[in-house]
Design a binder for this molecule. Structure first.
Ligand code: NDP
Ligand code: ZN
Length: 182
């Protein structure tokens, strides 16, 4: 075990405590922390990512967007490089939702490489959840729209990680069958 293990455990604890009152949108209302942990695991297992800052930022990728956590806290606890990555994958919540969705598509090709990797793992995790533990009461139309949106974001991330793209493409194919998308 080395120092990285300690930092990763600290990030998991920090993120779990920040997301403690939040649940996923699935029927059992799973603990929110399952998702950022899964994103980091996808990076490790599918993307073969070993960069410490990328894995830490994956664990922390939704804390600024979804909790009261400030950028200063992330900087103090995990440093400037991790903070910058988290900010790169944080949507601006002051913008209307449709605009935020559009910006993710437009920004994808311009993100740094580590941020692209996090974005891709995030899309794999969310597409998987959408198909196999879907948000409650979403219509077929809304699920179809979500899948098409992930496809547009991922189009701007192509080349970042062939292994993760292949994983996404496989899931997308399953998703199109399940949701009857042409
Ligand atoms: P949201 O952005 O509201 O929800 C999807 C997000 O929720 C995911 O990106 C993920 O984000 C998080 N999430 C939590 N639990 C799950 C889960 N079990 N499965 C998948 N994702 C989960 O959804 P939309 O993208 O559909 O919203 C786009 C816009 O469309 C909004 O403005 C919405 O109000 C509007 N809308 C569209 C309808 C339609 O029929 N198309 C109907 C009603 C509204 P994270 O990684 O950040 O946790
Ligand atoms: Zn996420």
């Amino acid at each position: 075990m080395d120092d990285s293990t300690g930092k990763l455990l600290h990030a998991v604890h920090f993120s779990a405590s920040k997301h403690r009152d939040q649940r996923r949108k699935d029927q059992p209302r799973s603990p929110y922390i399952n998702h950022p942990i899964r994103v980091a695991e996808i990076l490790w297992t599918v993307g073969a990512v070993r960069d410490e800052a990328t894995l830490l930022a994956a664990i922390l990728h939704d804390v600024i967007e979804d909790t009261q956590t400030t950028p200063a806290e992330i900087q103090t606890e995990f440093g400037e490089i991790v903070l910058r990555l988290v900010l790169e994958v944080t949507d601006d919540k002051d913008l209307p939702k449709q605009q935020r969705k559009r910006r993710q598509i437009e920004h994808a090709p311009h993100l740094s490489h580590p941020a692209q990797l996090i974005r891709l793992a995030d899309k794999i995790s969310n597409l998987h959840d959408l198909l196999y533990s879907p948000p409650q009461r979403w219509s077929l139309q809304r699920r179809q729209d979500y899948v098409r949106w992930t496809e547009k974001v991922v189009a701007g991330l192509r080349g970042a990680s062939p292994a993760m793209e292949q994983n996404y493409d496989h899931l997308l194919k399953e998703g199109k069958q399940i949701l009857q998308i042409e």
